[in-house]
Structure formats: C-alpha cells, structure tokens
Design a protein. Structure first.
Length: 122
C-alpha cells in the first residue's frame, strides 16, 4: 500500500466521522483527479438527505505558522483559484460547499447540509 499523505489521512478521518454520524444518509464520492477531471473540483462530493455538498480538504501540516500546523492558514491560503471558483459555483447553485482543514470543519459543513435538507422537506 502506498504511503498516505497528510491530506489523504485527514480525508479518511473525515469520511469515518461522517459515516459514524450520518450512516446511509450520507453518500460520498472520493474525487481522484486525473487528466479527465475538471480542475478545481472539490475532493469530496457528497449528498446528505438530498442536499448536495462539495468539500475541499486542506491538510494543516502543509500550512505552518511558527512551525506548527495551522488550520486557519490551510483554509485561508490553501485553496487554488479554481477550487474557490468551484465552491462559489456550488454555493450559487444552492448547494453547500467549503473548505475543511479539520474533522470539525468537515462536520460543520455536513451539519449545514442537514439543516438545508430539513428546510426543503417542510
């Protein structure tokens, strides 16, 4: 098995937390970029209770402040212009989208999707 980088390891933790909380209500597609994939598409494309979610994962280990991993810097400086444009497009289309550099941020985005889905069902 190939060595996992920090972003992959964080993504695995995020997937586990989402599955534990939402179970079968959460459907996820792990986005693996290749020459056929549009640039900027988020790492995770999900559907929670009918709400579309796009989450770009950024590993804090890659964005350090005073030698320490920084969640804030990862989210602020990590996304590329094309990643930001994709997130903006999903938001404009009525989905939930954002950047996550921690399991907590990931779960916060899923909680927004859950709330949005509940509002639509009323």
């Amino acid at each position: 098995m190939a060595k996992q980088g920090p972003e992959t390891k964080l993504g695995v933790k995020m997937d586990k937390a989402g599955a534990e909380k939402y179970g079968a209500r959460l459907k996820s597609v792990n986005q693996h970029g290749n020459m056929f994939t549009a640039q900027g598409v988020s790492d995770r494309l999900l559907c929670l209770d009918g709400a579309f979610v796009a989450i770009e994962i950024k590993a804090p280990e890659s964005y350090r402040v005073k030698g320490q991993p920084s969640v804030e810097k990862a989210v602020a400086e990590g996304p590329t212009v094309k990643q930001r444009l994709f997130v903006d497009a999903v938001l404009e289309a009525g989905g939930v989208a954002g950047f996550a550099a921690s399991v907590e941020q990931y779960m916060d985005l899923l909680a927004k999707a859950e709330k949005r889905a509940k509002k639509r069902k009323k």
